[in-house]
Design a protein around this ligand. Structure first.
Ligand code: ZN
Length: 74
């Protein structure tokens, strides 16, 4: 079994200012197929896809899923 080495995205329970929402990028298909996860991955609460978040800067608390457009809080 692999460790859960990623962040579970959460559905926002409050309004998030648009300027504090970053963008997630789709994970590379190969890596996802191999089951490799990283602490910089976010699993979208809505579509359950793995996406990568920028390594820096870490100020943003929410990211838009590139796959379905849902906002994920982390
Ligand atoms: Zn999504």
């Amino acid at each position: 079994m692999t460790d859960r080495n990623y962040v579970e995205g959460k559905k926002p329970d409050r309004e998030i200012p648009p300027d504090s929402i970053g963008n997630l990028e789709p994970a590379k298909g190969d890596e996802e197929a191999a089951g490799r996860t990283s602490p910089f991955w976010v699993k979208c609460w809505n579509c359950h896809q793995f996406l990568t978040r920028p390594l820096s800067p870490p100020q943003q608390q929410a990211y838009t899923c590139a796959n379905c457009g849902a906002v994920n809080m982390i």
